[in-house]
Design a protein around this ligand. Structure first.
Ligand code: ACM
Length: 524
């Protein structure tokens, strides 16, 4: 640690020394405040100069927390992907040190939020201060967005990527900024989910909720109940080739997300939406009908038997195995559209399942219907359909996740002619998806009850990355901003210009975004 501090000190001294000897590069004037950052930071102050990212740049990180070095390595890897520059992290410089990026752990009071960061960009140094590695990681995304797609080759005889100088002070509005992916109606492979995670991280989303079970399929291996995947894991909507995550694959996804400071929220939807589980183990079924695999798209016909002890023994195993592989604090029990569960059974079920979730050390989330039960104040209700449920849950002391279908469902069609998606909650063009305020959406719900925002993507009509991306992009970028940026700073006319400037990133990532006519896309 002392060694690292000395190195950084010497580096700064030698930068100062270089300053006097080195020939000044004449950078063009820059304006940090005009950078098309998404989400928009709290405060940006431009100083009009430039930091030249080049082969003589090095990255150092605070030695007090080894997670900071991982963030430095993430930055180095992404600089390499974007520019080809191979920039060392905490490594000796071999004497070619001219510019420094320092990722610093700081307990400054201005960094009270665990994801806050400060970015000070000067001519020869960039200081990124954060209290936690999560904050440093968010700041690194801002820095990535500031690196231009192409180098300026006219300034020197080697390429330089010109970054505008100034100061950014930033932190999130909500601690929970999520999106949900339904891997049950259609299955998405580990590689497809990782590609989505990469793009979510770039826009500072910190939650990926995986809808792991539904009537059409069960997607997570449970060792104590193998037929869930052997039988329930082989079907999907339309009858195509589906699949499931082995426990090793799920852990790999959880780790991949965690490296990007994204928490996975697993959902087992119940007591309704459980046909695939009951096909695998018919004793679970509570709808009194013969049970068969289902590949259609109706909802509301299935239910667990809420009055059988064996159902709860089964759920104890399922929740135990999933909780053990999930480091995040949440377990989502679904709870939506249980139309064939008697109300008294539904209430009994939710209350019993919350106890099991708590026993395995997790905090229960459920769709807004769970507010009908006597849930604990620690439980979280996810508003999708009924604001009155959200108000009831909040009155009980619960926090609310704001996901109204008519505003935040990524599977609603953009308009009547766009491909994929449904429109039972209406069409959601890109501007409508952006122009609403999650803090005031539910009349009478005060801000302190809101945990955050989530944009769900149901997969009845999509079955691969290209189709997923068509519905998610560009709208999920707007939800990332609604979750992070201060509401009073947000304005569609200004946002759509920044959105258009995301094209180089979306193209570099080969993301099949929907080129809405509402945006004047910056294409070559
Ligand atoms: C839902 O859309 N049924 C949560």
């Amino acid at each position: 640690m002392i060694y690292r501090s000395i190195l950084v000190f010497v580096t700064i001294l030698s930068l100062a020394a270089c300053q006097t000897k080195k020939e000044e590069i004449n950078f063009p004037k820059t304006d940090l405040a005009k950078a098309p950052l998404i989400p928009k930071p709290i405060k940006t102050i431009s100083t009009g100069n430039a930091f030249g990212l080049d082969l003589n740049t090095v990255i150092y990180t605070s030695a007090v927390d080894s997670e900071f070095e991982k963030v430095g390595k993430f930055l180095s890897e992404h600089i390499k992907n974007k520019t080809g520059l191979d920039i060392g992290v905490n490594s000796s410089t071999g004497g070619r040190l001219e510019r420094l990026i320092y990722i610093n752990q700081s307990d400054s009071v201005d960094l009270d939020n665990s994801e806050s960061y400060q970015l000070y960009i000067k001519k020869d140094s960039i200081f990124l201060n954060a209290k936690t590695a999560a904050g440093a990681f968010r700041g690194v995304q801002t820095l990535r967005q500031l690196i231009p797609e192409s180098s300026n080759d006219t300034l020197t005889d080697f390429p330089i990527w010109v970054i505008p100088t100034g100061k950014i002070l930033d932190g999130p509005k909500f601690g929970y900024r999520g999106t949900m992916l339904d891997v049950a109606r259609h299955f998405f492979t580990v590689e497809e989910v990782k590609k989505y995670i990469d793009a979510l991280a770039y826009y500072k989303i910190n939650i990926l909720h995986l809808h792991l079970s539904d009537d059409q399929g069960w997607r997570i291996e449970i060792k104590s109940w193998p037929q869930l995947t052997e039988v329930g894991g082989v079907t999907e909507v339309g009858g195509g080739k589906s699949g499931f995550y082995t426990q090793e694959q799920y852990k790999d996804l959880v780790n991949y997300a965690a490296e990007r400071h994204i928490t996975i929220v697993p959902e087992i939807d119940m007591p309704g939406h459980t046909n695939a589980a009951s096909v695998s183990y018919p004793f679970l079924n509570g709808n009194g009908k013969e049970i068969k695999p289902y590949i259609g798209t109706r909802v509301g016909f299935s239910t667990f038997n809420a009055r059988k002890d064996t159902v709860y023994s089964f759920l104890d195993d399922v929740i135990r195995e999933i909780a053990a592989m999930t480091p995040g604090p949440y377990f989502h029990i679904g709870g939506d559209e249980s139309h064939v569960t008697k109300k008294s059974d539904y209430i009994h079920f939710v209350e019993k399942v919350e106890k099991i979730v708590q026993k395995h050390g997790k905090r229960m989330i459920g769709w807004n219907e769970i507010a009908q039960a006597d849930i604990s104040s620690n439980a979280i209700a996810q508003l999708w359909s009924e604001p009155k449920d959200a108000l009831k849950a909040a009155k009980n002391g619960s926090k609310i996740i704001i996901s109204p279908a008519e505003k935040a469902y990524l599977d609603m069609q953009y308009d009547s002619i766009s491909e994929y998606g449904l429109h039972w909650a209406g069409f959601i063009p890109v501007d409508l998806g952006y122009q609403w305020n999650p803090e005031t959406y539910v009349e009478g719900l005060s801000k302190e009850h809101i945990l955050g925002i989530e944009a769900p993507l149901w997969s009845e009509t999509i079955s691969n990355s290209a189709e997923l991306e068509y519905l998610a992009f560009p709208r999920v970028i707007g939800y990332a901003e609604l979750g992070w940026s201060q509401s009073e700073h947000l304005n569609w006319d200004e946002y759509k210009v920044r959105l258009a400037l995301q094209v180089p990133y979306l193209e570099a990532m080969q993301i099949n975004y929907y080129p809405s006519k509402l945006v004047d896309w910056n294409k070559e």
